[in-house]
Structure formats: C-alpha cells, structure tokens
Design a protein around this ligand. Structure first.
Ligand SMILES: Cc1cc2nc3c(=O)[nH]c(=O)nc-3n(C[C@H](O)[C@H](O)[C@H](O)COP(=O)(O)OP(=O)(O)OC[C@H]3O[C@@H](n4cnc5c(N)ncnc54)[C@H](O)[C@@H]3O)c2cc1C
Length: 275
C-alpha cells in the first residue's frame, strides 16, 4: 500500500451549501472514473472520485455527509490533506466496443467457414446485457443475448445502472395467504418462485411499508409498517426481481400484459433443460 502524498489545498470552491471542490497539486496520473483515498489528518481516510484533472493539479468535489466529510469541508486553502491512489478501473467505452466487435467478428467469420462447407447456420447468437449496444451492430449476428437488459432486474437496474435506459418489464405477482399478526404477512411465493440472495432480494412494487424479511422455499415472510397493515388475505403483491435469469427458469410461462390486459402467454420451452 502506497503512503499518502501530503499536499496543501490550492483552492476551495463552494458548489452548493453542503458541497465543495478542492484542488491540490498531485503529480501522479489519474483517469476520469478513478478515485483517490483522501486522508484528513487526525480524522479518517475516505474514497473520493477525481472531479478535475488539469495537468499536475487534481480536484475532488464532495458533499458534507458525516464526520470525515464534515472535517474535510471545514478545511481551508493551505490546509494539508493526504492523497493516495489512483484506485478503480478505467474501462473506456471505445475500447469496450472495439473488443466486443473483435470477438463477435471472429464468431461471424467462423460461421462463414461453416456455411462454406454447406452447413446452414440459422442462429448466430452472442453478446449480453453489458454489450448489447455494440454486439447488435455486428453484421451477421441474428440474436443478442441481452435478457437482463430486456427484462431488467435489480442486478442490472441498480448494480449495472441500467435503470435509466430500461423499464422493469418482468415481475412476479404473489398472493397473501396468511396474516398471523398486524405486523406480518405470509405470501405464496418463496425461492422456488423468485430468486433471492447475492444478486439482490425482490422488492415490492408500489407498496410502501412492506419489507421482505426472508423467502423460504415456498413462502415469503413480510414485515408490515402501519401504512401497509390493511393488507388482506388474497391481496396481490407485485415484485421487482433480484435476478431475472434465476427466476424465469422456475416458471412454465411468461404472461404478456399490455395496458393491464393479457395479450400473450409464451411457454418457456427451455425450462428444466441443461444449458
Ligand atoms: C469509490 C468512491 C468514490 C467516492 N467519491 C465521492 C465523491 O466524489 N464525492 C463525495 O461527496 N463522496 C464520494 N464518495 C462517498 C464518500 O467516500 C463518503 O461520503 C464518505 O466516506 C463518508 O464519510 P463520513 O465519515 O463523512 O460519513 P459516514 O459517517 O461514513 O456516513 C454518515 C452517513 O451518511 C451515509 N452516507 C455516506 N456517504 C453517502 C453518500 N455519498 N450519499 C448518501 N449517504 C451517504 C452513510 O451511510 C451514513 O449513514 C465516494 C465513495 C466511494 C466508495
């Protein structure tokens, strides 16, 4: 671990009532998207993204939130901070597009070789939710495997920041089966119905005051705030999913809705098959 580079604050700018930008001399290289560990002597060391890169002068822009950021906020021009880094990975979009095009084109070249030997290739499938914007443009590809983006779930929406581009299209609807006490409800959906765990737990949609405590195999245990305690046996709760892939394979059909009307029932033909 490198030790902090101790450097004075060159300039302090108020951006809003609780947000400041500090600039400081730091000779090391850092790319947009990377972050420093900023040491506030005697207080703490905290991560801060770089917000200004001007040759050897760098900057951070931060909000006063707790002890460390408040102590940082109270520093003045000439006070010293420690700077360690840079940290974080740089992954420029142009490079990502170049690499994914290269990989897809190799596959399409292979398809052409197979076809030249008289074997028809009807489906050329690849890519994923993270590369749909580039793989879909490769000539010769017939399918992009962007299920997570197309359905959207908490993993792709929140962790992969795709919420701004896509809507949550895939949900599971459960029914309340038991109301043992005012603060608790039991529903008929457990982890045999929708996945939970590392990719994020399901979240109730448009139902304030409901928290999922846990999913057992066939039931879900819900905690209810007073505003949700009108929930009755037979009521339906719609769930935003943690991870769509590990939910769809548990079901026999997609039920397609448009304007609250069922317009299609699509069988999940690959259900239960090995991948
Ligand atoms: C990689 C990385 C880059 C970061 N870059 C920046 C940056 O450029 N600018 C910046 O202002 N912050 C940035 N942060 C967040 C910053 O590191 C934290 O705000 C800081 O560590 C909080 O320390 P504290 O002692 O002031 O607050 P704490 O006492 O640790 O937190 C006080 C309370 O505020 C909550 N909290 C902490 N941070 C935030 C937040 N950002 N938004 C909402 N609630 C929060 C905590 O959960 C806690 O409840 C970054 C964090 C990471 C991991």
């Amino acid at each position: 671990m490198n030790s902090p580079y101790v450097t004075p604050i060159l300039k302090s700018t108020d951006e809003a009532y609780d947000i400041k930008t500090f600039t400081f001399y730091y000779p090391g290289k850092i790319e947009p998207g990377q972050f420093f560990m900023i040491w506030i002597p005697g207080v703490d060391e905290i991560p801060m993204s770089v917000s200004l890169i001007h040759d050897q002068v760098k900057g951070i822009t931060f909000r006063k939130i707790g002890d460390a950021t408040t102590a940082l906020y109270n520093l003045k021009k000439g006070d010293r901070i420690g700077v360690r880094g840079p940290y974080g990975t740089v992954w420029p979009l142009e490079e990502k597009m170049r690499q994914s095009h290269e990989a897809m084109n190799r596959m399409v070249d292979t398809v052409r070789l197979i076809e030249r030997d008289g074997i028809p290739v009807k489906i050329v499938s690849g890519g994923g939710s993270g590369t749909y914007m580039t793989s879909g443009l490769v000539k010769g590809m017939t399918e992009v495997q962007a299920g997570g983006a197309c359905f959207l779930d908490r993993f792709y929406g929140e962790e992969c920041h795709m919420e701004d581009e896509f809507e949550y299209a895939l949900t599971v609807v459960s029914t309340i089966t038991s109301r043992p006490i005012p603060e608790r409800a039991i529903m008929d959906a457990g982890f045999k119905t929708m996945s939970d765990g590392e990719s994020g737990n399901p979240l109730p949609m448009n139902r304030p005051g409901i928290t999922l405590k846990y999913l057992s195999a066939e039931h879900g245990n819900l905690e209810l705030e007073p505003e949700a305690q009108g929930l009755a046996i037979g009521d339906r709760v719609e769930w935003k999913l943690g991870y769509s892939d590990t939910t769809t394979f548990l079901h026999n059909h997609f039920v397609g809705l448009r304007n609250d009307r069922v317009v299609a029932v699509i069988p999940l033909l690959a259900r239960g098959l090995l991948t």
